[in-house]
Design a protein around this ligand. Structure first.
Ligand code: BES
Ligand code: ZN
Ligand code: ZN
Length: 513
C-alpha cells in the first residue's frame, strides 16, 4: 500500500472512498467534514439529527454519494469524546475504518488528518499515527494459506490537507510512521511464523537480512564460541534440541564520538515445549511466539538503522529451542553461567531467564549500558495484569520513566512491578548460587526479574515482561489477531528520545567568517 500526502479540498478527491470524522455530540460538522457535508447537501447533518450518526469512538457510517462528489463513498468515522481524544485513537480509528473499507473491496482511500483539525493535536504526530494505524491495522499473516479471491488489498491511502503549510510536517510524519509500523509488522511476521519455519538458524538469517537492509553490523555466535565464552546457561537450554543455538548480535553506530552504547536484549526461544518439565499440550502451539522479545529487538534495530539517530545501540538475541530429549537438561541439574555463577535448574520450563543470564553477561562484557531486556518470560505476568499492559521492572527509576513515556507515544502501555528484597529469598538454592524458579503462586514475574537482576549487577537495567502483550485474541484498532509486534515501536521511540537528550560530546566548533 502506498501512502501519500496531498494538498486539496478532500470533497474533490477522486479516491473510491473518502474518510471524514466527527466528535461525539457535535451537531453541525465543521472543517473538512463540514465541507463534505455541504457537498452532500447536508446529508451528514441530517443523519446526526436523526440520531444515526452519534460520533461514538470507531462508529462507522457509510454514505453513497450517487454522483454528488467525485468519490462514490464517504465514510464518517466517530472519534468519541473530544476531551478523551489522543494519538492512540487516531491509530485505532484509522485501522478500523480501513479494515472496513478493505472488506468492501475499496482500493483507494482519501482521509482527512484525524486530530490535526478541531482535535488540536500535533499534525506531524497525527500523520505518523495514521500511517501506523493503516500499516499495522491492515496487516495479515497469509504466507501459508492458499490465495483467497475474497482477500482484497487496499492499494493507496492519501492524507488530504487543505492547509498547504502543514504538508511538510505531514510528509515527515507519514515517513516515520511507515518505518515504525513496518518494523512492528516485521516483528509480527517473525512471531507468527511456525517454529519449523523459524528455527534459531533462520532467525539469525533474518537478522542478517534486516542488518543488510538497514546498514547494521551483524555477528552470529555459534555453539563453539558460546562454549569458549562459557555460556553454560544458554547451552544448557539448547542441549535438548536438534537445532543449534545462535547468539545474534546487531550493532548500530550512530555516534562515533562516543563509546557509550545502549544494549537491547530479547528472548529468542523459537519454540518453548517446556523441556523435560514439559508444558501441557493444550495451547502449546502458542509457544512458537516465545521469541517475540527477540523479534521486537531485531525489528527495532532495523528501524533504528533506517532512522539514523545519533546514538550507539547493540542488540543481543540468544536464540534457541527448549525441547525435551535424551540430551536435555533435567530438573535438578546445575549449570555454570558465563558470569561464573552456578544455577540449579529446578524447572526446565523457566528457560528464558537462563538464556538471558548469559545474554546479560555478554552485554556487560561488551560494555553495554544501560541494558534493556524484553521477554515473554512468565505466565505469572499474565495472571498479574492480563493482556492490557507489559510489566516492567528496573533498578533505575529514571530509565523506567523514559520507557513508559516512549510507550505512551506508541500507544503501548507499561506498568511497573516492585523488586523488593523479600522475593530474593525465593530464588536461593541449596546446591548452587541461585535457582531458576521462585515460590509457586507468589509473584513469579518478580522472582524471574530478580533472577535477571542478579546477573545485571550495578548496570542500569530495565526488564520488560511481555508474556501477555505479545499476542492479541482479536482484531481491535491497530492490533490484529495474532502477534502484536509489541514493544517494537516503544523501543524505537526510546532510542530516538535518548539520542535527542544527549548533548554533543564536544562544544560545536565555531564557524570562521
Ligand atoms: N515462555 C514461558 C512464559 C509464557 C507463558 C509466555 C505463557 C507466554 C504465555 C516461560 O518460559 C515459562 O514457561 N515460564 C514458566 C516459569 C515457571 C516454570 C517458573 C511459567 O511462567 O509457567
Ligand atoms: Zn518456558
Ligand atoms: Zn519461554
Amino acid at each position: 500500500m502506498e501512502i501519500k500526502v496531498q494538498v486539496r479540498d478532500v470533497s474533490r478527491h477522486p479516491a473510491r472512498a473518502i474518510v471524514v470524522n466527527l466528535f461525539e455530540g457535535v451537531k453541525r460538522p465543521g472543517g473538512a467534514t463540514g465541507a463534505v457535508d455541504k457537498a452532500l447537501g447536508g446529508a451528514i447533518s441530517q443523519l446526526i439529527k436523526e440520531g444515526e450518526i452519534k460520533g461514538k469512538l470507531s462508529e462507522l457510517t457509510l454514505i453513497h454519494t450517487l454522483g454528488r462528489l467525485s468519490s462514490p463513498r464517504v465514510l464518517v468515522a466517530g472519534l468519541g469524546k473530544q476531551q478523551e481524544f489522543r494519538l492512540d485513537k487516531v491509530r485505532d480509528v484509522t485501522a478500523t475504518a480501513l479494515r472496513y473499507l478493505r472488506r468492501l473491496g475499496v482500493k483507494t482511500v482519501a482521509t482527512v488528518v484525524h486530530g490535526a483539525g478541531v482535535g488540536g493535536l500535533d499534525p506531524q504526530q497525527c500523520a505518523q499515527a495514521i500511517a501506523e494505524g493503516a500499516v499495522m491495522g491492515l496487516y495479515r499473516f497469509t504466507r501459508h494459506k492458499k490465495k483467497n479471491e475474497d482477500e482484497r488489498e487496499l492499494d493507496e491511502l492519501t492524507l488530504v490537507e487543505f492547509d498547504r503549510t502543514k504538508a511538510p510536517a505531514l510528509r515527515r510524519g507519514v515517513a516515520t510512521g511507515r518505518i515504525l509500523a513496518d518494523a512492528a509488522n516485521r516483528a509480527r511476521d517473525m512471531a507468527n511464523e511456525p517454529a519449523n519455519y523459524l528455527t534459531p538458524a533462520i532467525m539469525a538469517k533474518q537478522a542478517q537480512a534486516a542488518a543488510h537492509e538497514a546498514g547494521l553490523e551483524c555477528e552470529v555466535l555459534e555453539r563453539e564460541q558460546m562454549e569458549e565464552l562459557g555460556m553454560g546457561a544458554l547451552l544448557g537450554v539448547a542441549q535438548g534440541s536438534a537445532q543449534p543455538p545462535k547468539m545474534i548480535v546487531l550493532r548500530y553506530r550512530g555516534d562515533r564520538r562516543r563509546k557509550a552504547t545502549l544494549g537491547l536484549l530479547g528472548k529468542g526461544v523459537t519454540f518453548d515445549s517446556g523441556g523435560i518439565s514439559i508444558k501441557p499440550s493444550a495451547g502449546m502451539q502458542t509457544m512458537k511466539g516465545d521469541m517475540s522479545g527477540g523479534a521486537a529487538v531485531i525489528s527495532a534495530m532495523w528501524a533504528i538503522g533506517r532512522l539514523k539517530p545519533r546514538i550507539n545501540v547493540t542488540a543481543v538475541v540468544p536464540a534457541t529451542e527448549n525441547m525435551p530429549s535424551g540430551s536435555a537438561t533435567k530438573p535438578g541439574d546445575v549449570l555454570r553461567a558465563m558470569s561464573g555463577k552456578t544455577i540449579e535448574v529446578v524447572n526446565t520450563d523457566a528457560e528464558g531467564r537462563l538464556i538471558l543470564a548469559d545474554a546479560i553477561a555478554y552485554a556487560r562484557q561488551q560494555g553495554l549500558s544501560p541494558i534493556l531486556d524484553v521477554a515473554t518470560l512468565t505466565g505469572a505476568m499474565i495472571v498479574a495484569i492480563g493482556k492490557a499492559a507489559t510489566g516492567c521492572m528496573t533498578n533505575n527509576q529514571e530509565l523506567c520513566q523514559k520507557v513508559i513515556a516512549a510507550g505512551e507515544a506508541a500507544g503501548e502501555k507499561f506498568w511497573q512491578f516492585p523488586l523488593y528484597d523479600e522475593y530474593k529469598e525465593h530464588i536461593k538454592s541449596d546446591v548452587a548460587d541461585i535457582k531458576n524458579v521462585g515460590k509457586r503462586g507468589q509473584g513469579g514475574a518478580i522472582s524471574a526479574a530478580l533472577f535477571l537482576a542478579d546477573f545485571v549487577g550495578d548496570t542500569p537495567w530495565i526488564h520488560l515482561d511481555m508474556a501477555g502483550t505479545d499476542s492479541a485474541e482479536k482484531d481491535k484498532g491497530a492490533w490484529v489477531k495474532g502477534a502484536t509486534g509489541i514493544p517494537t515501536r516503544t523501543l524505537v521511540n526510546l532510542v530516538l528520545a535518548l539520542a535527542r537528550e544527549r548533548k554533543p560530546a564536544r562544544p560545536a566548533r565555531r564557524r570562521r567568517k
